[in-house]
Design a protein around this ligand. Structure first.
Ligand code: PEP
Ligand code: MN
Length: 360
């Protein structure tokens, strides 16, 4: 249930609604909006009191209307919050007209690698620098990441290039540490239902990008996002990164672009698409990145490495800086067709047209 207050509602009227909800031993969550405040009742309301409560609340002064939220997730649902949520991180807006591109290598390997990647990201017009410091690797023998040392490098090159940063956190007791270095916490696909991690990341109130698990339903995905919102973190980005494929001999995952219109319809949260993990093959990344934006995604996460052939992880799906530049130019051409824009190029001598290299 959501109680939408009138634009003119006073603080006393808001508190009266909160008190009426709490009198039923229910939790009331105040959600300030651009124009008006909404008060949500995120937990299940016993059916025998639902109608009476809605009526009582609807009659209180300052209340505009009361709406029922039918989805299992409440705070993440568009019934709860009709307008698109715009998440602002240090002046970068996710969910507005500008398409935000997050890019950088899968893993942070060295200062030099990150400095080169950051400059390439900046020159191409990306706004967010990515790099994994704590890596969820299928094999314990694979490179596990530079950990805190990597976070220091990420923060430094981010600052040197005027880019905000994102990196994955895998365990609850490291949320504080990772949040002290990066602007956005990434919760990886394998950890989508790591509930202690979601609770801790929620409590941190640090911006979070939550990746969809490879076999998660949309309800499971949005209920995981609900954990973040329920723990008072409103700065949540959803990320589709591919689901288990029917045929793994061609692609690593199947990028589920259905997720974009579905999530945009049922939720107000910004939707980011990761075509790198979604395909696992660098030559398929540009096509799927463009398709994601055409489908209505608010941003992209794209792995890019100064020299993918020597990458310590995910080289096969990483673009080169030149391939990223070309993709960004094509995104800039596509964006206006769907009412969006990307920031203009600031470097390189790119000619924004298709050529043979793009497919290589
Ligand atoms: C990553 O972004 O490098 C990563 C490990 O992603 P995912 O959690 O989607 O596999
Ligand atoms: Mn990766």
């Amino acid at each position: 249930m959501i109680v939408v207050m009138a634009v003119s509602a006073s603080e006393a009227e808001i508190q009266q609604v909160v008190a009426a909800i709490e009198a039923q031993s229910l939790h009331a969550l105040i959600m300030p909006g651009g124009e008006r405040v909404a008060i949500g009742v995120p937990s299940a309301i016993p059916p025998e009191i639902r109608e009476d409560l809605a009526q009582t609340l609807g009659l209180l002064s300052g209340v505009d209307h009361v709406a029922h939220v039918s989805r299992p997730y409440k705070l993440a649902s568009r019934e709860f919050h009709r307008a698109d949520t715009v998440v602002e991180v240090k002046g970068v807006h996710f969910g507005g007209p500008q398409i935000q591109v997050m890019t950088g290598p899968c893993s942070i390997e060295s200062y030099q690698q990150m400095a080169t990647a950051a400059k390439a990201a900046k020159d191409a017009g990306a706004t967010v620098l990515r790099g994994g410091a704590f890596k969820p690797r299928t094999s314990p023998y694979s490179f596990q990441g530079l950990q805190e040392e990597g976070l220091k490098i990420l923060r430094q090159v981010g600052e040197e290039n005027g880019l905000i940063t994102i990196s994955e956190v895998m365990q609850p007791d490291l949320v504080e540490l990772v949040a002290s270095y990066v602007d956005i916490l990434q919760i990886g696909a394998r950890n989508m239902q790591n509930f202690p991690l979601l609770i801790e990341a929620g409590r941190s109130r640090h911006p979070v990008m939550l990746k969809r698990g490879p076999s998660a339903t949309f309800d499971e995905f949005l209920l995981a996002a609900e954990y973040l919102l329920h723990n008072d973190n409103q700065q949540v980005l959803l990320c589709e990164r591919g689901v288990h494929p029917v045929d793994r001999s061609y692609t690593r995952n199947t990028l589920d672009l259905n997720a974009v219109p579905v999530l945009k319809e049922v939720s107000h949260l910004p939707v980011i698409v990761d075509p790198s993990h979604g395909t696992g093959v660098s030559r398929y990344v540009p096509a799927m990145a463009l398709a994601a934006i055409a489908a209505g995604a608010d941003g992209l996460m794209i792995e890019m490495h100064p020299n993918p052939r020597v990458a310590l992880s995910d080289g096969a799906q990483s673009l080169t800086p030149a391939q990223l530049q070309l993709l960004m130019a094509r995104l800039a051409q596509l964006a206006p067709a769907v009412g969006r824009f990307v920031i203009p190029l600031t470097g390189g001598d790119l000619k924004p047209q298709m050529n043979a290299n793009e497919r290589g």
